[in-house]
Design a protein around this ligand. Structure first.
Ligand SMILES: Nc1nc2c(c(=O)[nH]1)N[C@H]1C(S)=C(S)[C@@H](COP(=O)(O)O)O[C@H]1N2
Ligand SMILES: [Mo]
Length: 499
């Protein structure tokens, strides 16, 4: 055993640098091999897969969509702290230190190989990470044997190099196998065979602060469980239809491009959207008919659940009946005139009007399996969310949100009750009467609808409340319910200071 010449603090630093450098190398390896197998990505994915809904929900309430960066950061810090402890232990007793590093590597490897869509090779980045951490600690213990401490400068340089390597490899892992962007850019979407029905002359009031009728791809809300977004090679991608069918079918991307293409405006909404929240958006989707494609496989009438599966193993279960009831359920390849953005499911996703995203809108789609609700629970159902129920009627005040000048103020927002549509929106100022609002033009009940009201605002503090009526004449409930298990209810209210 070496005489411990360097201080525990120097060893702690060496341990931290060794683990971070290991992580950096692991991420570099993953960038070349499989980005989702990067140690931090795989560990974060595994944590997301195992934490109970109550915990993840509490965390998301607390930090919103910063949840994933914070999770990754937290795990990274955790690994660095373990590295520091390993360094301190190693100073006097190398063996427990070595074993701890190996265990850490195995943990990362286990997390990676158990991720759906990854195989045994996914262990490699974590094993490389552990090997690199071991090698650098061995190197330090040799270097420090019998020598004086005080290599702080050297440590700092190495720390810097480690951090830079980690940063760049993380970036590389995110941008993944080269060429995916180029493949996407090279896709020329054909003209639709069944073009969208335009909503009419006033689809968009174009009021400042009001959400546009169609949300641009770059502004569209994004919700998924993917720590590292799947990056799919469209040349090898295929869509498999199987399960309770007469014949299994497989489609390539070109097969889809060659089918009858339908263009539709459809509003997506997330079940975890709070009253007044922004996890909802409307886009123009281009795709093929899900019902027609499934029909070719000859589904068993007893198959009441359509399970759609993403390349990363995420699943949604949709009532088969709704897919075949005549609504515009799409296997989508285009969003607002462009191929699907990578974050929104490139190359192919589902868009089914009238259902929340978690039971219908599978991104990075690779499989459609005819099944039953009795025999299979999809991803979020096993985590406490309800089996499919209709989207709840909701309305939101977009503007004003806090302040206004006295005089005429245009109050405006959006309302949605997909597939049933919106027939009326009313605004209440303070405790006054419900006043009818102007509605924008819509072509179908599958999209949200803008509303506006010209309010003669007097100076002082006011409360604005909005409510909508759906296409079936049902008034939005004022009863307050949280998002779990089937979507929030209650009325959106905004406090406005008028001066
Ligand atoms: N593969 C995959 N698809 C998914 C999800 C996911 O986690 N993984 N999340 C779903 C949820 S909960 C919603 S609300 C929508 C959001 O779609 P968007 O990110 O394009 O807005 O995608 C759905 N499709
Ligand atoms: Mo969602």
């Amino acid at each position: 055993m070496n005489t411990p010449s360097a201080s525990p603090r120097a060893w702690a630093a060496a341990g931290t640098v060794a683990t971070l450098a290991g992580l950096a190398l692991g991420h570099l390896a993953a960038a070349l091999l499989a980005p989702r197998a990067a140690p931090l990505s795989a560990l974060s994915d595994a944590v997301i897969a195992v934490v109970p809904l109550s915990v993840s929900h509490w965390f998301i309430e607390l930090v919103g969509t910063a949840d994933k960066p914070l999770l990754i950061l937290g795990i990274g810090i955790g690994v660095a702290v373990v590295g520091a402890l390993v360094g301190v232990v190693w100073r006097t007793r190398p063996w427990p230190g070595r074993i701890a590093v190996v265990l850490l590597g195995l943990l990362g490897a286990a997390a990676a190989v158990t991720r759906p869509g990854l195989d045994l090779a996914a262990a490699v980045p974590s094993l490389i990470a552990a090997a690199a951490a071991l090698a650098s600690l061995e190197w330090w213990s040799r270097r420090w044997a019998g020598e004086d401490a005080g290599r702080r400068g050297f440590l700092l340089v190495l720390g810097g190099v480690g951090a830079a390597a980690l940063g760049s490899s993380w970036w590389a892992a995110r941008s993944g196998p080269a060429g995916i962007e180029a493949q996407r850019d090279a896709v020329a979407l054909p003209e639709p065979d069944l073009p969208v029905v335009e909503p009419g002359p006033v689809a968009d009031f174009e009021v400042r602060g009001l959400s546009p009728y169609r949300v641009p791809n770059g502004d569209f809300y994004r919700i998924d469980t993917a720590i590292t977004v799947p990056r799919i090679d469209v040349d090898t991608w295929s869509l498999r239809v199987h399960g309770m069918v007469d014949r299994e079918l497989t489609f390539s991307f070109d097969d889809l491009l060659g089918r009858e293409l339908i263009e539709r405006d459809i509003t997506l909404a997330c079940v975890s959207n709070q009253v007044g929240g922004d996890l909802v958006g409307n886009a123009r989707w281009l795709g093929v008919s899900l019902a027609d494609l499934l029909a070719e496989a000859g589904p068993d009438p007893a198959a009441d659940q359509l399970v759609s599966r993403s390349t990363d193993g995420w699943t949604a279960g949709t009532p088969t009946e709704l897919v075949f009831d005549g609504r515009d359920a799409l296997i989508a390849i285009g969003m607002n005139g462009a191929p699907l953005p990578i974050d929104h499911g490139w190359p192919v996703r589902l868009v089914i009007p009238g259902l929340y995203g978690y039971v219908s809108a599978t991104k990075w789609l690779t499989e459609l399996e005819l099944s039953t609700f009795d025999s299979y629970n999809a991803y979020w159902i096993t985590r406490g969310w309800s089996t499919p129920r209709p989207i709840k009627t909701q309305s939101r005040i977009d503007t004003p949100r806090s302040k206004a000048g006295s005089g005429t103020v245009v109050v405006a927002g959006v309302a949605w009750a997909q597939h049933r549509g919106i027939s009326a929106v009313e605004l209440r100022v303070d405790d006054g009467e419900w006043r009818p609002c102007d509605l924008s033009d819509v072509a179908t009940g599958d999209t949200w609808r803008q509303w506006k009201y010209e309010w003669d605002a007097s100076a002082g503090d006011h409360t604005l409340t909005v409510r909508a009526t759906d296409g079936e004449g049902e008034v939005q409930t004022s009863e307050v319910q949280g998002v779990i298990p089937d979507g929030a209810t209650g009325l959106h209210r905004v406090e406005v200071k008028v001066d």
